[in-house]
Write a protein that binds this ligand. Structure first.
Ligand code: SF4
Ligand code: MG
Length: 390
């Protein structure tokens, strides 16, 4: 399958009183058409900030400071090829190099997002149907005129995406948009969608509200849906229903999903490929089988426990002794960030930041890759063997 998104060396910093915090420290990965790409890590590993960075939602004092987010979109590539050639590579545009208004107009029809807590994602004083209709409306308008759009759901979860988007007052929300909202509610499995559309968020259960948030996220028919811990706040049976729903939608709509979670069970059940995050970096990535059945990075091995088992329906993160390192720039240093907790740490690990093992050979994104001194050495040895130096 083709890539829809190619993320390259993305860095996001928070400029705080304690100093510069390197929340995302050079993250790269590809997302393909119609796949579910998993990003897994402990809390504080930078996975949520990575998600927000992808769709330009990082708030002050945070800022994406460098890197590229290449998004396949032939229309935009055509539009900017002459005007801004740096922002275009074949069918791809670098979202970060597009004008702000254009970038924002991508939220909804190109990228959408769902969050952990559906309750804080809706405005309590508007009906669920109105808010979904508004998302439909805003996105229709944003398409027509990317530069002026504002929404009343602004500040509420998904509404954050619609900052600077035009606010349709109630009379603005056209019947057609309300009809579409009801359709979306039906699509996400909400019974009696016509009646439920007229209810307020507090009248919905957590699971139903999570479905409604997904409906809202689908309003713009996104190419990429970013799901940040979408089931963490729900009880186990509801979790399974929501995951099934997401997978069905992903299949039916052909969209790509980036699934952010600390739950290895969610990854095992949903994802095609996965990146493991630690201290703002992806330390291991590959197919689900590569990473779960043959983990190479000591951190991944630790997470999965000594006997990783894909058949285990609910593998859990194993606690690893020691603390996540400080992400304050001045305290990080050029060393493996996992060294303090790593059972295999050596002198070399404290001398520099390890590279991905096969990166230098220009390996394809299909390959299992590990950012660790041990894996680098193994790789060098196997190359030397291959080149006949032994
Ligand atoms: Fe452990 Fe060294 Fe690999 Fe870091 S580079 S994970 S400290 S072996
Ligand atoms: Mg998080």
């Amino acid at each position: 399958a083709d890539e829809i998104l190619k993320v390259r060396d993305l860095k996001t910093r928070f400029f705080t009183e304690e100093g510069q915090v390197n929340a995302v420290e050079g993250v790269s990965f590809d997302v393909r058409d119609g796949e579910i790409y998993g990003i897994v890590g402990e809390s504080g590993s930078g996975k949520s900030v990575t998600a927000l960075s992808l769709i330009d939602l990082v708030e002050s004092p945070g800022r994406v400071t460098s890197g590229e987010v290449w998004y396949r979109n032939t229309e935009l590539a055509e539009e900017f090829r002459d005007e801004n050639p740096e922002a275009v590579d074949g069918e791809f545009v670098d979202v970060r190099r597009l004008p702000k208004g254009v970038r924002r107009s991508l939220r909804g029809p190109s990228f959408s997002m769902i969050f952990q807590d559906p309750m804080s994602s809706f405005n309590p004083s508007l009906t669920v149907g109105e808010q979904i209709a508004e998302a439909v409306e805003v996105q229709r308008r944003a398409r027509a005129n990317p530069r002026r759009t504002r929404s009343r759901t602004q500040g509420y979860g998904l509404g954050k995406m619609l900052v600077d988007s035009l606010v349709p007052s109630k009379s603005y929300v056209q019947d057609a948009s309300m009809d579409r909202a009801v359709e979306l509610l039906e699509q996400v499995g909400i019974p009696d969608p016509v009646d439920r559309a007229d209810e307020y968020p507090h009248q919905f259960s957590g699971g139903m509200l999570q479905r409604a948030m997904i409906a809202q996220a689908l309003a713009g028919e996104p190419d990429v849906l970013v799901a940040d811990e979408p089931t963490t706040a729900l009880d186990v049976t509801i979790q399974a229903q929501i995951l099934n729903l997401l997978r069905d939608l992903q299949r039916d709509e052909g969209m790509s999903v980036v699934m952010i979670t600390h739950d290895l069970g969610v990854i095992a059940r949903m994802c095609d490929r996965v990146g493991v995050m630690y201290a703002g970096e992806i330390v291991e990535r590959g197919t689900l089988e590569d990473v779960f059945e043959n983990p190479v990075h000591p951190y991944t091995q630790g997470l999965l426990g000594s006997i990783p088992d894909l058949a285990d329906p609910a593998p859990r993160l194993q606690p690893i002794e020691g603390n996540v390192p400080s992400l304050i720039d001045s305290e990080m240093g050029d060393r493996c960030y996992f060294a303090d907790r790593c059972p295999k740490a050596m002198e070399d690990c404290l001398q520099r930041i390890p590279e991905f093992d096969a990166e230098k050979a220009g390996a394809s994104d299909d390959e299992h890759r590990v950012r660790c001194v041990l894996a680098e050495r193994q790789y060098d040895e196997s190359q030397a063997l291959h080149d006949g130096h032994f």
